[in-house]
Structure formats: C-alpha cells, structure tokens
Design a protein around this ligand. Sequence first.
Ligand code: ADP
Length: 547
Amino acid sequence: MNGLMMSGELLVSSLIVHADRHHGDTEIVSRRVEGDIHRYTYRDCHRRARQLANVLTGLGVKHSDRVGTLAWNGYRHLELYYAISGMGAVMHTINPRLHPDQVAYIGNHAEDQYLFFDLTFLPTVKLIAAHCTTVKAFIAMTDRAHMPQDTGIANLLCYEELIDAASDDYAWPSFDEDTASALCYTSGTTGNPKGVLYSHRSTLLHTYSAALPDALNCSARDVILPVVPMFHVNAWGLPYIACMVGAKLVLPGAGMDGKSLYELLETEQVTMAAGVPTIWQGLLSYVETNGFKFSTMHRTVIGGAACPPAMLRKFQDDFGVHVLHAWGMTELSPLGTVCALKPKQLAASPEERYAVQAKQGRAVFGIDMKIVGEDGHALPWDGKTSGELLVRGPWVVNSYFRNEGDADLQIDIEGNGWFPTGDIAHIDADGYLHITDRNKDVIKSGGEWIGSIDLENIAMAHPAVFMAACIAVKHPKWDERPLLVVVKKPGADLDRDALLAFYEGKIAKWWTPDDVAFVDALPMGATGKILKNRLREQFINYTLPTV
Ligand code: ADP
C-alpha cells in the first residue's frame, strides 16, 4: 500500500524559487573581477537566472546538454548554477587552475555546448578555443564596456548583453528528479580526470542533510562566505544550502589572499566561512601579523585536507572561532562527515574535546560508512583498528560519466555497492571517523604503516613552521621511511634537529621522520591541496641520513 501524500520532483530550481519568495531581499555580495564589490538580492538573482534560461534556450541549449563554466565564486556564476540546472541542462563547472590541456580535455569529454568564463581566464580560453570541438560559442562573463578586444576567438559573446536582451518571463520546467543537474571532474592527480554527474535528487538530498545543525548548521541568520570554489564540487554545496535556508551569501571572487578575505569577512559581517587548511593558513597569518580579530565570524568549516590541530586551537583559543572539521570528496557531492560534538564531549576536558575535534567527525544522515581490511571484511569501530573507508548513500557516485573508469564499487554479501574512497581511517565507538592517510600517501616502513597526516600535524604545531608535508622515501632496509618537507615562517629560525626533537614523546619513536628538507614552497594542486605525488617525484633520489 502506498502512502497518500503528495509527490513532487526534487529539483534545483525549487531552491532559487524558495529563496526569492521567502528571502527575496536577502543579499548576495560579490567581489568582481572588474575590481568592485557588487551587491544584489535573491530576487534579482532569480530574475536574472530566468533571463539567462531564456538566453540559453535561444542559443539552442536542450535538456541534458552540458554547459561549461570557468569562473570564480561570484553572482554571475550563481546565476549560471540555477539557470543551467533549472532548465534541465547540465551545469559543468571546470577547474580553471588545471593545465589548459586538461581544461580542453574535460570540455571535449563532457561535450560542452557553450563555455562561460570570467575575464581572468581569457588566456586559457584563447589557448583552448580552437581545440574545443563541441563548443558553439564562448561567453565572457562581463559587460560590453569590459569586453576584451582582438582575442582571436571567433565566436565570443558578452554575458550582460545577452541578459539585457532577454525576457525574464520563464517558467522552470518540471522533469524527473533523477535527471543530471551538474558535472564535476575529479582533480585527476593520477591519470585523466573523471566526471562525477550529480542529479537533481542527489543535490537536493545533499542540501537538506548538509544544512542540518550537526552538519554545517546553516540558517537564515547566517552570512556565509564560501572560500571553497564554485568550480570544484559546487563549493561544498553552499550555493544550494544558502538558498534553502535563506542565508546571505558573500562570494570572494579571485580575492583568496588573507587581506581580501579579511576585508570581506568584516565589512559583510560574515558569520561562517568554509575552506581548505592552506587558505586559512594565509588568512590566519595575515590577521595575526596585523593584530586583528574577527568581529562576527563565529565558526569555520575546514575540510578537503586534514585540519592541523594547531590551526584548530588557534581559531578557537585565540580568535573565538569554532572549527567544524569536515570530510568529503567530489564523488560524495561532497559531504560525508562533520565533526559536531555530542553532549558528553562538551562536558569533557578541553584536551579531550580537542582530540575529538581533530577527527573528521560523524557521518551526516544519508551516508553509510564502514572500514574494511584487505580481505574486504568490516573492521570494528574501536578508534584504533584502521582500514580502507567505504561509503554509500543517495549522493555517492555510482559510476563515472561516460563510463570513464569504473567507480569500482565493492559489493557486500547483501548485494549493496560501496564506494571505495581510497582513504585509510579508523572509527570510534561514537561513530567519529579519523582519516590517517590516503592509500597512496601512506608510508610503509618495515611492514608497518606510518600515517603521514599525524606527522604533519605535529610539525604544524611548531611555532616556526608555516607548512609541512610528509612523504615516503625509499630505504634499503625499511622499504620506506618518512621525510618531512617544511616551509618555515618568514624569518623563523629552525633546523632539522630542533624540529625532530619536537616529536619526542608525541609519537612512537620509530615514527619520527628520518630527515627534514626545508623548501621555499610546496607544490599545490588545483584545489589548494599539497601535491604529494609531485613532492615524491621531487625527492625521488633523496638519500636519507639513516641509509
Ligand atoms: P581531489 O583531492 O582528488 O580533488 P577531492 O577534492 O574530492 O579529490 O578530495 C577528496 C579527498 O580529500 C579525500 O578522499 C581525502 O583524502 C581528502 N580529504 C578531504 N577532507 C579531508 C579531511 N577533513 N581530512 C583529511 N583528508 C581529507
């Protein structure tokens, strides 16, 4: 017997309709590539998204066609999010920090029909335009006055001109909620990037769950600044969440440096920001150097890479900003776990609380997780037995776009498919996940595993260390041993022995790195994460003093 309740498709367009109707005068503030600050409201955003849907229809964009973007976090990008998905086409965000060859590869693989871009990325578009075999026109996201001249791009259109000429009379169509809404390729640190194709249903369910109090805890009283880019995994879903709850959105554009971010956080009275640890490192060092405080920001979501406990303490103890440590992946839309505390932990000592907060947290409702040993059997949740993390749920990838590489699901005895994350973790009895490493980054020493994240976290707690990464280096006796690669804080005085002495008493002695290499900078990937594979190549012939 079926229930007797109304049914309706879960569609991305309903989010902007809701934001317009219930939070029509709530602001969206953007730092533009043109240099100024732009502000308007959800009502304006919805109107222009409808105009844009008419533009796209006029250009011949059909249901399920892919439309690409190369853009920062800004209001025009947001309009594209809603116009493209809302009309039933597929919003394909491309990471502009990738090599132009990879951008062209991704655009061709996705068969993008149009490519919208921020002016910053004109040089990339110039390089790839002739190689984008399916793109009918390139649209510069600016007005006529800022349109670039003599670009050599044959079919170049102006965003604002197209919008100005379009009517805002557009009714969002209804269709099957399993229809594809957005496409995002993984970073492709190994091999070619693979496309993860989100659906309207997966996006809406992810949005509901991610907004919950023990997840990202968002409401109409929030002012949210996503530093995480809208060009990678939908800025952790925040553009959708903000509409669902009616929060004010502050979009930082290209201004990812400490000074630009701090300015926006203060002038727009941001209550919550989200980003990867390397971004916060830049912001914290700017704020500390200038003796500033955060006057309205009271929490920050840190994920994408492990949040060093030293950063957690700095935010909370020195600045009164609560840290929400989160874990996710492109293949998970991206949210999997968030570290929200339970009452018994709130009552515990600060040290115990910090130990919990350094973990990646509990699964949000909708995500099922387990850790398995090499034989595929589930391991106990005892906070110490570690294995590979597998997940499943309605916003987890089932297979990659156009079957490019299998998602390689592992099937359990009940016939359920689980996505192997490639992360090594343990889970405690309260359900808190702790990632110790990525499969390919783990250091295998004498048949035992050393977690590189723990070693980096200790280094990051040293006052003279700005950034640290730990990699495996070949060793004739032990197979691999840890090498710590460090960027010192400007003007800091630190040598190898002093840093290694800092490990004493904090970990098992045999985990201590064999050596420290000081460098000026670490290789960073397109999503702001340290590229350990690049670092391993760089130090491939490194001779450890213990050899
Ligand atoms: P890529 O890094 O290939 O672009 P994603 O952006 O999807 O892929 O990143 C997913 C990976 O990032 C995870 O599998 C995990 O290794 C790492 N990661 C994400 N959040 C955290 C976290 N809080 N702590 C440790 N690792 C994390």
